[in-house]
Design a protein around this ligand. Structure first.
Ligand code: NAP
Length: 421
């Protein structure tokens, strides 16, 4: 009932994201609720979602207003979203992954920091967590051209905040998933960061000799990560053999099971970090590469430290190592000889920056990966699902986020929204 009063009083102002609505509702509720008692039947305000007769959607966002550990700083903020105007669309979350970079961002140690703002009506300026996710269009403004209700979309850029039940955005900020057939929420929500990173690193940092398909290698650590699994499958598709390094599990059986899991994806060989760092590794490599006749031409490094050094040492002269993560938090140390005598090149790759510079290529890369997915050539990553319903409390969601950086996980965290429009 009080929503009607507030809406009437603000009807002339442009309520794009209805930023002030929430604050004004809380501030005025006792007064307006009383004054408006007989105006219209009371909507459900007992914590449940409701969509007002004026087209306002109730939404929740997982926000932070200071840097720190997710469990300490993440809060659930409830707010309202107006009906979309012009080229705006309203979105409902389908699923959003919990990536390591999302946590680094909340900790304040990631180079891209979404600005703290009051656009959603938070008491303190805040940022919304998450950089990746799949959304469904639930409403379109009158000038929207490319998108319709029911379409699935992902965000063009990272840093927009995906951990929210609903959002309002301009259609220009979104990539439409042209054909949803055969695609799952998990596949669409995790396509734009990890697979794109693997795809671009393999394509852009090595001049593969396609005449030698099946005779050239890439080596990578963190091979069971989302990026690592994508690299294995792309390597298999493109005729590039992959030598993959994983950390030992608690028991030999579990380690073997993990190795087998990656082989089932198409990994040519899988070794443990202990094997990589052992004196035996050179011999293992010689045997795999037919005494070096099959060159290892690319190394993908998301770990750093001794692990990265060991990868660099088995690269063929003139090859590249691309560093894209730093999971061990150890620096990459390189013996000078690798630079002087083997002429190795060391690069870094950051998909966010690359995507901002190459928006069309990013869209095409995503299309290509989704095509492989539809064709059953790109298997799902294992996930630990955190269901997000309208009643889910902030600590439950924050705990799911908190676990992201702990190693030896059974799968990537995935927020799956189970609410309605
Ligand atoms: N530069 C870019 O554009 C870009 C894009 C995507 C991802 N990344 C980075 O790539 C890395 C992997 O991301 P993801 O989303 O694919 O990861 P993910 O699926 O969440 O998997 C995490 C990976 O990190 C490993 N790991 C965790 N702690 C470790 C430690 N202390 N030492 C060694 N390995 C450790 C895990 O191995 P265990 O299972 O053995 O714990 C697992 O392989 C992250 O550093 C992420 O920030 C960078």
């Amino acid at each position: 009932m009080f929503s009607r009063c507030v809406l009437q009083s603000t009807a002339k102002s442009s309520l794009i994201q209805a930023p002030f609505l929430q604050t004004r509702i809380s501030a005025l509720s006792s007064v307006t609720a009383h004054r408006c008692q007989n105006s219209i039947p009371s909507p459900r305000v007992d914590g449940r979602r409701y969509i007002s007769a004026y087209g306002y959607t109730q939404a929740k966002a997982l926000v932070y207003s200071r840097y720190g550990e997710p469990k300490d700083v993440l809060q659930l903020h409830k707010h309202s979203i107006s009906a979309p105007n012009g080229t705006q669309v309203n979105l409902r979350l389908i699923a959003a992954p919990l990536n390591p970079a999302d946590v680094n961002q909340i900790q304040g140690v990631y180079p891209s920091k979404p600005p703290f703002q009051t656009t959603l009506g938070t008491l303190e300026p805040s940022a919304i967590g998450g950089n990746e996710g799949a959304f469904e269009i639930i409403g379109t403004g009158s000038e929207v051209k490319r998108l319709s209700k029911g379409d699935w979309v992902i965000m063009k850029r990272t840093g927009q905040g995906t951990w929210r039940t609903h959002a309002q955005m301009d259609e220009s900020q979104l990539i439409k998933i042209e054909d949803q057939t055969g695609l799952s929420p998990l596949q669409v929500s995790t396509v734009s960061v990890n697979p794109v990173t693997a795809y671009r690193m393999i394509k852009d940092f090595c001049d593969w000799d396609w005449m030698r398909a099946g005779e050239e290698w890439l080596v990578q650590n963190g091979a069971n990560s989302g990026v690592g699994r994508a690299a294995i499958q792309l390597g298999r598709e493109w005729g590039i053999k992959t030598l993959n390094v994983v950390r030992e599990r608690q028991t030999p059986e579990e380690t073997e099971a993990l190795k087998q899991e990656l082989k089932d994806l198409g990994a040519t060989a899988v070794v443990t970090e202990a094997e990589l760092l052992s004196g035996e590794f050179r011999n293992i490599v010689k045997e795999l590469t037919r005494q070096g006749k099959e060159p290892i031409r690319l190394a993908l490094n998301c770990v750093g430290g001794k692990n990265a050094t060991a990868l660099a040492k088995v690269l063929a002269p003139g090859s590249h190592m691309v560093t894209y993560g730093a999971m061990s938090k150890q620096p990459v140390a390189l013996p000078s000889g690798l630079l002087i005598f083997k002429n190795l090149a060391f690069d870094g790759f950051w998909v966010s920056k690359w995507g901002d510079k190459n928006p069309h290529l990013k869209e095409n890369t995503i299309k290509d990966i989704l095509q492989l997915t539809r064709a059953g050539k790109f298997k799902d990553i294992p996930v630990e699902e955190a269901k997000w319903s309208w009643d889910t409390e902030a600590p439950e969601l924050a705990a799911a986020v908190q676990g992201t950086l702990s190693g030896y996980r059974g799968g990537k965290g995935l927020l799956k929204f189970e609410g309605d429009d």
